[in-house]
Each structure stands twice: as structure tokens, then as C-alpha cells.
Design a protein around this ligand. Structure first.
Ligand SMILES: [Zn+2]
Length: 277
């Protein structure tokens, strides 16, 4: 990673730990960066949700909103990353009609070509097909990993994480931000609150510009715009702080913001198999 003069100054300071230096926020992507593209994948069958429980102030009582289940393929040069893996094929009515492996086959990508699986958080609608990619390095917030591997995981299915729990597959916990490919083009952003280790992701594209993908920082526009907090989030305070950071980033970077579950945001990216570049 290139360190800016500012970040060098930080790293030179005795009060900043080495790990903080390693997590220096990414500099703007250089003009000569490798080609990066972003493709939305349908990772579940959409439903209309009664979103009452998505507000801890009863602000969403009786409101129904169509939900989709989105995963993303990020191509960085000749390397690939998946952002979230959607529902399992066994998820019933919300299960995807086509598996991730079969979708990737349509764009001539084999599962073993996926270098990283980055997940926003441990919930089943984001991790259901992870086990199809045991050759990938799993990138996950340490707070989420602690829950998945605890004696009694809450809201997570450890079976989806079996290749990494067994120690057979590569795991990297991501405590802060992570510049995934080291050139600032793809950055996991720490945005805790929905879960303890929740992340959003920034993808910087040459033609489309900056894209910020929420994970489940917000599920739909009404909550995003009003800073609404779901009643089942693990921390209200962290959620509000994460929303504050994310919105400031979006403004600073003039980013396209995509709420993964909001059907109204699907059209912000080309229809599969086309990719935004
Ligand atoms: Zn979700």
C-alpha cells in the first residue's frame, strides 16, 4: 500500500500502534490502477417485508417494502472477490433460483478463482453460499467471527462457515478498514452496529466512479434517510456512528450509494452478466 505523507506522519507517532498504520485509510485510486469491475448477482428470491421490526422507535409499523438479496462480484485485474454470498439454496421461499456457482459459470469463473469472500456480516442471508468457496480467504469482522465461533451463536449458522472454522480454509479477521488489493480500489469499511463486526464496502471504478455498498448498515431508503435503527441491531450507538461515517464518506467521495436489500437500488448497476466499470 502507498502511504501518504499524512499517514507516514501518523505511523511515525509513538502513540499510534503498528496495526493502526497497517489500516491507514486508502488513498484515492491511482490513475494507472488495474481495471476493476462490479457485477450484481441475484442471491435470493425477493419478498415484500413487513418492516415493523426494522425500527426501534415504532416508526415503521404497518410499512411493507420489497426486499431483494444482493451479492456482488468484484473483478480486480485477474483476481476476484465476492461481497456477500446470499441465501443458501435450502432457504425456502427466499432461496436463490440459481446458485452463485452457476451464476459465476455463466461468466466463465470457477469457484476456485475467487480469491476473497468478504462478508458484510454473519446473518444467513449474507453467508448462505460461502461454503461453495473454500479456496477463498474469508474476510470478516472479528466481532462477527467471535459470535460465529461462540458456544451459542446468535443469528448465524456456523455450518456456513465450516471450511474456515475447521481451520482448513484461510481466514482474515478485519478489525478496522481493509484495502483489499492494496491500491485503494476496493476497501472494506468498518461500520458496526447491525452486528459487532459489520462492514460496508467501497469500490472505486474508473467510469462509474465511487460506489458505496451498505451491507445491512441500512436495509431500505426510509431507514437510511431517517437514521432508523432496526430493533434487532446489536448496538444502536454504533449504528448511528456508522451511518454518520458512511454518509460523510458518500458526500466526500460523491459516491453512488447502494442499499443491498432495497429493490429500488438494483438498477444502479447493470443487469447481470453486465458489469459496471
Ligand atoms: Zn441482510
Amino acid at each position: 500500500m502507498k502511504l501518504t505523507p499524512f499517514s507516514w506522519a501518523l505511523c511515525a507517532s509513538a502513540v499510534i500502534s503498528l496495526s493502526a498504520c497497517a489500516q491507514t485509510p486508502a488513498a484515492p485510486a491511482p490513475a494507472d490502477a488495474v481495471e476493476v469491475s462490479l457485477t450484481r448477482l441475484e442471491c435470493g428470491t425477493g419478498i415484500t417485508n413487513d418492516v415493523g421490526r426494522f425500527s426501534d422507535t415504532f416508526a415503521m409499523q404497518g410499512v411493507k417494502i420489497p426486499f431483494v438479496f444482493s451479492c456482488y462480484l468484484i473483478k480486480h485485474g485477474n483476481e476476484y472477490m465476492l461481497w456477500d454470498t446470499g441465501h443458501a439454496l435450502t432457504a425456502g421461499a427466499v432461496a436463490p433460483k440459481v446458485s452463485l456457482v452457476d451464476l459465476l459459470a455463466q461468466v466463465q469463473i470457477k469457484p476456485e478463482q475467487i480469491k476473497f469472500v468478504g462478508i458484510s456480516h454473519y446473518h444467513a442471508d449474507h453467508t448462505g453460499q460461502m461454503a461453495s468457496f473454500p479456496q477463498a480467504t474469508l474476510l470478516i469482522g472479528p466481532g462477527d467471527w467471535a459470535n460465529v465461533t461462540s458456544a451459542k451463536p446468535v443469528g448465524a449458522n456456523p455450518a456456513f462457515f465450516a471450511p474456515w472454522i475447521s481451520g482448513g480454509s484461510k481466514l482474515e479477521t478485519v478489525p478496522l478498514d481493509k484495502d483489499v488489493f492494496g491500491d485503494g480500489t476496493v476497501v472494506m469499511l468498518t461500520t458496526p452496529g447491525h452486528t459487532p463486526g459489520h462492514h460496508s464496502v467501497l469500490v472505486r471504478l474508473k467510469e462509474k466512479g465511487n460506489v458505496l455498498i451498505t451491507g445491512d448498515l441500512s436495509h431500505f431508503h426510509e431507514n437510511y434517510e431517517s437514521n432508523g435503527v432496526p430493533s434487532f441491531n446489536t448496538s444502536r450507538a454504533e449504528t448511528l456512528a456508522s451511518l454518520d461515517r458512511f454518509k460523510k464518506l458518500a458526500a466526500q467521495l460523491k459516491a453512488t450509494v447502494i442499499l443491498q436489500h432495497d429493490a429500488r437500488d438494483v438498477g444502479k448497476l447493470p443487469v447481470f452478466p453486465a458489469a459496471a466499470k
